[in-house]
Design a protein around this ligand. Structure first.
Ligand code: COA
Length: 333
C-alpha cells in the first residue's frame, strides 16, 4: 500500500482519509466480446421505416451485434481479461457484473458468470443501467482499499432481449456485447483512481424504462437533453475532486449512446473528439458494456500509455451517471 498525501479531495470526509492510503488501481487485464451475428442499419429497414443514412447521421451507429446471453457474453469477455492479466480463478476476490439485461430477474447473473469462470468468490450484479460499469470501478476501488487484491469488473448486455427491432425509436440504438477489466492493487504507486462522481435522479425513471416482461420504452429527446446535462455535471465533479482540468485529460471514454450526445456535451465541456475513444459505429449502444468495449479497442490501438490520465464517463436510465478519472497503468499501456 502506497501512502500519497492528497489535499484535493472535498473536505472532511472519510473518503478523503481513505484515499490518502490509496492502494493503486491497475488494469491488470482488459477484454471484450461481441457475438458473431450482426444487424446492419440496412437490415433494420426490412422491419421499420428508416434508412442507413438517417441512423448514421442522427446517431453515429452503423450496426449492432445480437445473440448470446448476458452471462455467456460476460464470461467470454472476462476470460480474455483474465488471460491478459495472467491470473487464475483463485486470484479473483470479487466479481462485479454491471448489467441492465440480466438473464433472470432472480437470481442475479453474476453467480452464473462466476460459475462459468470457475471463480470462488463473491459475485453480484450492479443495476445502474449504462453507468453500471463506472459505478463498478468506484466500488472496486473502495474494496481494494478494504484489502481485496483483485476484482473483476464486467459490463455485459443482451439488450436484444428487451429491444423491439420493429420500433424505429429504440430499435436503431441497442445491441449486445461485453467488456471486462481485472483491476488490482498496485504497490508500485504508478496507478490511482484520482477522482470520481456518481449520481442518480429517480425523477427521470419514465424517460427510459422496461417493465417486467416488456421491451425498452424511451423518450429519446428528453434522454438526449438529460444525458448532455448529466455528462457535463459528472465530468466537472470528478475533475474537481481530482483537482484537474479538461486539459489534463489524455483520453476520455464516454458511454456510447449517440455521437451527437457526446459532441453536444464536449462542446460545452471543451473536450475534443481526437482525445475521445469511440466504438459506437461498430456496436450501437451496449449500455453497461459500452465503456469497457471501447477501452479494449483503444488499448489495441495503443492510444493509452502508462501514466496517462483517463476519464470514463457514463450516463443512462434512472437517470444515473458516473465518472472516474484514473492515472492509468496496466497491460498494453
Ligand atoms: N428513421 C427515420 N426517421 C426517423 C426515425 C428513424 N429511426 N426516428 C424518427 N424519425 C423521424 C421522425 O418521425 C421525425 O420526422 P418529422 O420531422 O417528419 O416529424 C424526424 O425523424 C426527427 O425525429 P426526432 O424524434 O426529432 O429525432 P431525433 O433527432 O431526436 O433522434 C433519437 C431520435 C432517438 C435518435 C435521439 O432522440 C436520441 O438518440 N436520443 C437519445 C437516446 C439514447 O441515447 N438512449 C439511451 C441512453 S443511455
Amino acid at each position: 500500500m502506497v501512502t500519497i498525501a492528497k489535499t484535493s479531495i472535498a473536505e472532511g470526509t472519510r473518503t478523503r482519509e481513505l484515499l490518502m492510503q490509496h492502494p493503486g488501481f491497475r488494469f491488470a487485464g482488459v477484454g471484450s466480446y461481441l457475438p458473431d451475428e450482426i444487424v446492419t442499419n440496412d437490415d433494420l429497414t426490412k422491419n421499420m421505416d428508416t434508412s442507413d443514412e438517417w441512423i448514421r447521421e442522427r446517431t453515429g451507429i452503423g450496426q449492432r451485434h445480437v445473440g448470446g446471453t448476458t452471462s455467456s457474453l460476460a464470461a467470454e469477455a472476462a476470460k480474455r481479461a483474465m488471460d491478459r492479466a495472467n491470473v487464475e480463478p483463485a486470484d479473483i476476490d470479487l466479481l462485479l457484473l454491471a448489467t441492465t439485461s440480466p438473464d433472470f430477474i432472480c437470481p442475479g447473473t453474476a453467480p452464473a458468470v462466476a460459475q462459468l469462470l470457475e471463480l470462488d468468490c463473491g459475485a453480484l450484479d450492479i443495476q445502474a443501467a449504462c453507468s453500471g460499469w463506472v459505478y463498478g470501478l468506484v466500488m472496486a476501488n473502495g474494496l481494494l482499499l478494504q484489502g481485496m487484491k483483485r476484482i473483476l469488473v464486467v459490463g455485459s448486455e443482451a439488450l436484444d432481449q428487451i429491444t423491439d427491432y420493429t420500433d424505429r425509436n429504440t430499435g436503431i440504438l441497442f445491441g449486445n456485447g461485453a467488456g471486462a477489466a481485472v483491476v488490482e492493487v498496485d504497490p508500485s504507486g504508478a496507478s490511482e483512481l484520482l477522482g470520481w462522481d456518481m449520481g442518480a435522479d429517480g425523477n427521470y425513471v419514465s424517460i427510459l424504462y422496461a417493465e417486467h416482461g416488456d421491451v425498452l420504452k424511451m423518450d429519446g429527446k428528453e434522454v438526449f437533453r438529460q444525458a448532455v446535462t448529466a455528462m457535463q455535471r459528472s465530468a466537472r465533479n470528478a475533475l474537481k475532486m481530482a483537482n484537474l482540468t479538461v486539459e489534463d485529460i489524455d483520453l476520455v471514454i464516454p458511454h456510447q449512446a449517440n455521437i451527437r450526445i457526446v459532441e453536444a456535451a464536449w462542446k460545452r465541456l471543451g473536450f475534443s473528439m481526437e482525445k475521445t475513444g469511440m466504438r459506437l459505429e461498430e456496436t450501437g449502444n451496449t449500455s453497461a458494456a459500452s465503456i469497457p468495449l471501447v477501452l479494449d479497442k483503444v488499448l489495441d490501438e495503443g492510444r493509452i500509455s502508462e501514466g496517462d490520465t483517463v476519464m470514463f464517463l457514463g450516463f443512462g436510465g434512472g437517470m444515473t451517471w458516473a465518472t472516474t478519472i484514473v492515472r492509468y497503468a496496466g497491460e498494453r499501456a
